[in-house]
Design a binder for this molecule. Sequence first.
Ligand SMILES: Nc1nc2c(ncn2[C@@H]2O[C@H](COP(=O)(O)OP(=O)(O)O)[C@@H](O)[C@H]2O)c(=O)[nH]1
Ligand SMILES: [Mg+2]
Length: 370
Amino acid sequence: MGLEEEIEEIREEIRTTPYNKSTEQHIGRLKAKLAEKKEELERRQASSGGGGGYAVEKTGDATVAMVGFPSVGKSTLLNALTNADSEVGAYEFTTLDVNPGMLKYNGANIQILDVPGLIEGAASGRGDGKAVLSVVRSADLVLMLLSPYEIEQYDRLREELYDNKVRLDAEPPRISVARKGKGGLDVTASVDLDLEEDTITEVLREHGYVNADVTIGEQVGVDRLIDGVMDNREYIPSIVAVNKADLLDEAYLDTLYEGLRERDLDPEEVTFISAEQGKGLDALTERLWDALGLIRVYMEKPGRGVDYEEPLVLEEGATVDDACRKLGGDFEERFRFARVSGPSAKHDRQQVGTDHELADEDVLRLVLRR
Ligand SMILES: Nc1nc2c(ncn2[C@@H]2O[C@H](COP(=O)(O)OP(=O)(O)O)[C@@H](O)[C@H]2O)c(=O)[nH]1
Ligand SMILES: [Mg+2]
């Protein structure tokens, strides 16, 4: 039996086995087995040429992967938001390509990737579809583009990403597994777990763990347990935009909102745009900025004042040390202390060290050794 058939067979068994306490352990084992088999299949496909090594060069301060069905308006939006000219600098591989564009906002360079192959390529299971998915996996944010009359496409998009180890809008599970020489499997949980301990050990065994210390810090189901054990899932935030709002009939709004709510999407959080007419694009850009969680730090340069034009763009929670690192060169080595003014400072020109946490719109001055 081929690997693909084995996978299908396990899927079928999971589908047809009712879930209850007495089958939980069995299902846990099946799901763990399925995850391992899928991994093996992927490895084989990667090594038999076609995809695998493909990656778009990440540039700018952050990368957004835009996904959506054909004809929802991805190319139109990319051209409206960015300097992209789909022709220029298109990354091509066989029939699928990823089109990059750069959006300038708040002094930051936000790379937007139009990823057309997500549905077309990935669904067919071709190597290049997998390659497209590797682009999504390395993004900082996923932007899902929908048509107002085809909201259900959202489900397929999420499924496709989930199947390919992308976990949207979730934190990594608080699970750690450390192999040891002997002693079997030792499970410690800081919460009262719903899962039976036998299910947990069964899952771990299926993943090849014989002796290990397992720590679980949250209530988990089987799927999330496997995610935690596999440790190769990407946890990426997402936002949703509904394009072609110009075609939207007011009488249809209630139905649309209901469709969104059914999918746990708050209509208030969804951005309605018309890429073609250039409407709603400022609101979308703001949403992107918020979701990316970036901060601007204005650098004060000796004798040249504060540069408000080209801020240093960092992730929320970044420290002075992160700033030095992003600046590159020998800032890290020559660092003596820094002076910070603005939201993160107790007072103007507060003297701080490398571990000081910066905030949006801080002014930072680095004092260096000669
Ligand atoms: N009415 C309307 N049509 C749009 C809008 N955005 C894109 N389109 C049209 O939808 C079609 C598909 O757009 P395209 O950007 O190629 O979609 P893609 O396949 O997702 O890249 C084109 O004919 C566009 O002109 C929009 O906001 N409103
Ligand atoms: Mg397109």
